[in-house]
Design a protein around this ligand. Structure first.
Ligand SMILES: [Zn+2]
Length: 321
């Protein structure tokens, strides 16, 4: 008899990671595909399905369940992807039904931040904790709440959106429609924008002249002790400490795991962030809350999707027996 595996799919705006894992948690195979947006969701999903079929053939395994992490918003109940900003054309796309029909196995969908949080919780920086906040700081800011080993979804699976907590009165408008969200200031995009505006105000000209400035460039300049970059960075940390500090006060997690491209700054980010958060959180023993960098990098999403798949496989078996 063939060995059984579960599949995990992590769909991103530029890359898609697909992997197979045995029920014992051993990785059997993995692939990375570019997200060829222009192909549209049906053909992209076809390519993902073909990759899974090839891996199943190569490893002589059969499929037991599939977990999918995808940029939100999503409709978990109905298994739909609902027009994510970075996946144009994915409008009420019935991904769960299509994958179920293709493979005839249970399929589970969650948003990418929840999938990444689950990956870190099972295999990464969060593996020693039951209650964990996950914050991803990249182009935008996303988040997830894990309580007692379970993702807290809330109404319409809307929980965890720490990037859209308002941290500045009368701030600039966010892509979500409201004003002063943490994401507008402290995401990679927000950091780069503020640096460009600051350079334009110091040197004259307009911010467009500094298009080449990215958040990675700001981090590099901070490392070289550039005064303007330091000001932007310190301000970024102050705002992150307000948002994350408020979330800690509300949830009292054992750990906060920080991932996403901006977290590559490592202790340059974490050391001052811990200091600021310690000032802001007064209602619980903040020294008992670990603030850690995510440890799985770009693997966290697919690791989480695999664990979601394993979870739904086990649940389906319990229901049958
Ligand atoms: Zn927002």
């Amino acid at each position: 008899m063939n060995d059984q595996v579960v599949a995990g799919i992590d769909i991103g705006g530029t890359k898609i990671a697909v992997a197979l894992q045995t029920h014992e948690g051993e990785r059997a195979a993995s692939r990375r595909l570019p997200t060829e947006i222009a192909l549209g969701p049906v053909r992209i999903l076809e390519n993902i399905s073909l990759a899974i079929e090839e891996m199943l053939a190569e490893t002589s395994t059969t499929l037991a369940a599939v977990g999918i992490g995808c940029p939100g918003p999503i409709d978990i109940q109905n298994g739909l992807v609902m027009s994510p900003v970075n996946l144009p054309g994915w409008d009420r796309f019935p991904i769960v039904e299509l994958v179920e029909n293709r493979f005839g196995v249970p399929v589970i969908l969650d948003n990418d931040a929840n999938a990444a949080a689950f990956g870190e919780y099972f295999h990464g920086a969060g593996r020693e904790f039951q209650d964990m906040l996950y914050v991803t700081i990249s182009t935008g800011i996303g988040g997830a709440i894990i309580c007692g080993g379970q993702i807290h979804h809330g109404v319409q699976a809307g929980a965890g959106e720490i990037g859209h907590m308002i941290v500045e009165m009368d701030g600039i408008q966010c892509r979500c429609g409201t004003f002063g969200c943490l994401e507008t200031i402290a995401s990679g995009t927000g950091i780069a924008r503020r640096m460009r505006e600051m350079l334009a105000s110091q040197n004259g000209g307009n911010a467009e002249n500094y298009r080449h400035i990215t958040s990675e460039k700001v981090v590099e300049a901070v490392e070289h002790n550039d005064e303007t970059a330091r000001r932007i960075w310190n301000e970024t940390i102050k705002y992150l400490a307000i948002g994350i500090g408020n979330a800690i006060t509300l949830v009292a997690p054992e750990a906060v795991v920080i991932g996403g491209g901006v977290s590559a700054a490592g202790e340059l980010l974490l050391e001052p962030l811990r200091r600021e958060i310690h000032k802001n959180v007064t209602m619980l023993p903040i020294e008992k809350v670990e603030i850690l960098k995510a440890s799985l990098g770009s693997e966290s999403g697919v690791c989480g999707a695999l664990m979601m798949a394993q979870g739904i496989y086990e649940k389906t078996r319990e229901n049958v027996s």
